[in-house]
Design a protein around this ligand. Structure first.
Ligand code: PLP
Length: 222
């Protein structure tokens, strides 16, 4: 299947209300344009420098999401245009996004990334740290950010029951936050599921899948 066919068939098969983020990291602009020409407008990148370069090179109606780990000193480069930051994993990062959003007269949508995978290398809040932070109320004055939900990455494994348990846990955390804090309908996003595990994620309540290699083919890392 071509990139265009992948985009069309994914969008036709995803349940209503689920957003497809086409993860375009490592792929050059001309490849991304094939997905764009198939109607795709939401793209995800995991590196700030690459995101900025592609933002500049590609059509301005693309909605860019940052899905990878974000260092506080790099927030300023994406604050003028980023549509959703999936990877907020500390109070300091959330405060920095808030400050940079205000500087740009914006409110930036964010997700809290929760660490559920077995791999130690994966980023994100520990569940108890996140709930402690939320209970502190420190986020309430941050008018430059809008908390939209939760994001997570499952363990890279063939063991379906491990992946399912992690997605179920993310779903529970999402619901618990939604019920505990009065966010209103804007707290609507559970970002989980990638090329290898998105059907399982959808089964567990995902509202946003981040799919790269299934659309664009295997990545070549330099
Ligand atoms: C690369 C990446 C994806 C997409 O991975 P694929 O396996 O290519 O679909 C999704 N989420 C995050 C956080 C990523 O870094």
């Amino acid at each position: 299947m071509s990139i265009k066919e992948h985009i069309l068939s994914l969008n036709a098969s995803l349940p209503a209300g689920v957003t497809l983020v086409a993860v375009s990291k490592t792929y050059p602009p001309e490849i991304i344009m094939e997905a764009y020409d198939a109607g795709q407008r939401v793209f995800g990148e995991n590196r700030v420098q690459e995101l900025v370069a592609k933002y500049e090179a590609l059509p301005k109606d693309i909605q860019w999401h940052l899905i990878g780990h974000l260092q506080t000193n790099k927030v300023k480069y994406i604050a003028p245009f980023v549509v959703l930051i999936h990877s907020v994993d500390s109070a300091h990062l959330l405060e920095t996004i808030h400050e940079q959003a205000l500087r740009n007269d914006r409110v930036i949508d964010v997700l809290m990334e929760v660490h559920v995978a077995r791999e130690v290398s994966k980023h994100g809040w520990q569940e108890d740290e996140l709930f402690d932070y939320m209970a502190s109320g420190a986020w309430k004055g941050l008018s430059g950010v809008r908390l939209r939900g939760v994001m997570g990455v499952a363990t890279f494994t063939d063991e379906q029951q491990v992946v399912r348990a992690e997605f179920e846990r993310l779903h529970e955390i999402f619901l618990r936050l939604k019920q505990t804090y009065d966010f209103g309908p804007e707290f609507d996003t559970l970002s989980m599921g990638m090329s290898g595990d998105y059907p399982l994620a959808l089964d567990c309540g995902s509202t946003m899948v981040r799919i790269g290699s299934l659309i664009f083919g295997a990545r070549q890392y330099q």
